[in-house]
Design a protein around this ligand. Structure first.
Ligand code: ATP
Length: 298
């Protein structure tokens, strides 16, 4: 098998998604007959929108992460005059957000199954010195085995590397901030951590905060902090203003785990080993990578 690839090595199929500066296609590798997702980025567009930095971070991060079943794998990158191409794992079911929207919310069993997979991937990512900084159900893809794969590393921070994208753009208005920073917020308002809003700092703990938001969203169908505007969402985050609707029964073990993840002080949040030991995951065999919470994961 040749080590390099080019457009001619793929049979392109349907366009399966579109981002703000990319199109994603399904494509069959003519050498091994496997189907991949190929992300095509227009060079002109990337330069015009000043996204070169984010594209490079995504490439470097995926290369650093290599192969983990819970993280989209980058197999090849190549280019032609007009475009850059990223050949990655194909996730047949698309974004996890679509699944949550379809069912409204997820039951505890499925939530545990999905959270365990996400946690396993985040633990691996952190062990490689990568902070994702934009974890949310839109950035988690689902393949045909119901295997979750984290994607979209454009906002990632590689600890020890000189590739750091701004997380808050200079014109974002933050509650309590006397001097409104002058453009739009990079990342996603509902999942952003309080320390990032207050001090523009985002360490490994900001991914733990996002896990708390995701867990809440699995069970309730909506993220915990959601205001009518981005500013009001930020205000709720800074005040830790979230609640479980009294009319809905939510087991204490779930409330307790959400509470342990959504703590304003990043150092007070549960660590990954503590999350794994939490009552919510009782019985999970973390050593067995193929079986998470009694369900086979390919
Ligand atoms: P933006 O750049 O605006 O934040 P995005 O990050 O979602 O958008 P892409 O990563 O290019 O942009 O993805 C565009 C869409 O393509 C996604 O919304 C998703 O539905 C689909 N998609 C992306 N990667 C894959 C994949 N590996 N397998 C299947 N579908 C994918």
């Amino acid at each position: 098998m040749s080590r390099k690839r080019a457009v001619k090595d793929y049979q392109f199929g349907n366009c399966i998604g579109e981002g703000s500066y990319s199109k994603v296609y399904s494509a069959v590798d003519l050498h091994n007959r496997k189907t991949y997702a190929v992300k095509v980025l227009s060079k002109k567009h990337i330069v015009k929108e000043k996204k070169i930095k984010y594209v490079n971070i995504e490439k470097h991060t995926l290369n650093r992460l290599g192969n983990h079943p819970g993280i989209v794998q980058l197999y090849y990158t190549f280019q032609d005059d007009a475009s850059l191409y990223f050949v990655i794992d194909f996730a047949e079911y698309g974004e996890l957000l679509t699944i949550i929207r379809k069912y409204g919310s997820l039951n505890e069993h499925i939530t545990r199954f999905y959270m365990a997979q996400i946690l396993d991937a985040v633990e691996f990512m952190h062990s490689k010195g990568v902070i994702h900084r934009d974890l949310k159900p839109e950035n988690i893809l689902v393949n045909h085995h119901l295997r979750l794969m984290i994607t979209d590393f454009g906002a990632a921070k590689l600890v020890g590397a000189d590739t750091d994208a701004d997380v808050i753009a200079p014109d974002t208005t933050i509650p309590g901030d006397e001097s409104p920073r002058a453009s739009s917020f990079v990342g996603t308002a509902e999942y952003v951590s309080p320390e990032l809003l207050r001090h523009n700092q985002a360490g490994f703990e900001c991914d733990i905060w996002a896990l708390g938001c995701i867990l809440y969203q699995f069970i309730l169908g909506v993220p915990p902090f959601k205001g009518k505007t981005e500013y009001l969402t930020f205000e709720k985050i800074i005040l830790l203003d979230y609640a479980f609707p009294p009319a809905l029964y939510v087991p204490l073990r779930i409330k307790s785990l959400v509470g342990g993840l959504l703590r304003l002080d990043p150092l007070a949040r549960l660590t990954i080993p503590e999350i794994k030991q939490h009552e919510f995951f009782r019985g999970a065999d973390w050593a067995d990578k193929k079986t998470i919470w009694g369900t086979k994961v390919p």
